[in-house]
Design a protein around this ligand. Structure first.
Ligand code: AMP
Length: 208
């Protein structure tokens, strides 16, 4: 049995067609079903539905053989213990700084609200900017509006969320896409099944 860890939301929606090309279709509708382990049309593959930030942990410990996770999550987690054989080119977006549209360019010591504490620390250190990082778990856009932070570091796709909150994107930190990650032991123990899946994904991606 191969277990693939995936999070609900954008990544899952973009991953479904890719999985379907490999003959992997959940037998329950993941939108309405509350099951955390989903059987698929392939009797040798099951999906576990978890939070995006937990995907590297499940794969690292071998609770899932494979996972699909954003590069943002993988870098923040520190995923050296995982193989990352494939850029799936799905759920593409940008990790950016953003500030109030009327705020002057950032200078001096600044406060930054984000869930990407490590990435933000590294980014501002490299820029030579003194930054106090405030960890938040959601609604980052609120922080500059209520004086909690001078700017945020968050994912930007269309920019609609920023615009709706009078914020604007400032600096690009990195482009993000979702990656396939593989547990190192599973790569050895289940090599045949995993490499067949990798080949199938590669074929689908090449035809896109
Ligand atoms: P948008 O309004 O289209 O720029 O999307 C921004 C919001 O969606 C922010 O709350 C982001 O954290 C979230 N978001 C954007 N792209 C992704 C992605 N690829 N994966 C997860 N969350 C995302």
């Amino acid at each position: 049995m191969l277990t693939i860890a995936v999070s609900k939301g954008r990544i899952f929606e973009d991953a479904l067609p890719l999985l379907a090309e490999a003959g992997i279709v959940p037998t329950d509708d993941p939108k309405t079903c509350r099951k955390l382990i989903l059987a698929t049309t392939r009797s040798d593959v099951q999906l576990v539905i978890i939070r995006a930030t937990d995907v590297p942990t499940f794969v690292e410990y071998g609770a899932a053989d494979l996972g699909i996770a954003g590069k943002d999550v993988l870098i923040e987690h520190g995923a050296e213990s995982l193989y990352e054989p494939l850029d799936l080119n799905i759920a593409c977006c940008r990790l950016m700084t953003a500030a109030h549209k009327d705020a002057p360019p950032l200078s001096g010591r600044i406060r930054v609200a984000t869930k990407y504490v490590k990435i933000a620390q590294r980014y501002f250190a490299n820029q030579g900017i003194q930054a106090e990082i405030i960890k938040l778990y959601g609604s980052m856009e609120l922080a500059p509006l209520v004086g909690l932070a001078d700017c945020i570091v968050d994912l930007v796709d269309t920019g609609n969320t920023l615009r709706a909150n009078d914020l604007e994107p400032r600096e690009l930190i990195m482009n993000i896409s979702s990656r396939l990650v593989v547990n190192k032991a599973a790569m050895k123990m289940k090599h045949e099944a995993i490499s067949a899946l990798l080949t199938q994904f590669e074929k689908t991606l090449a035809n896109r």
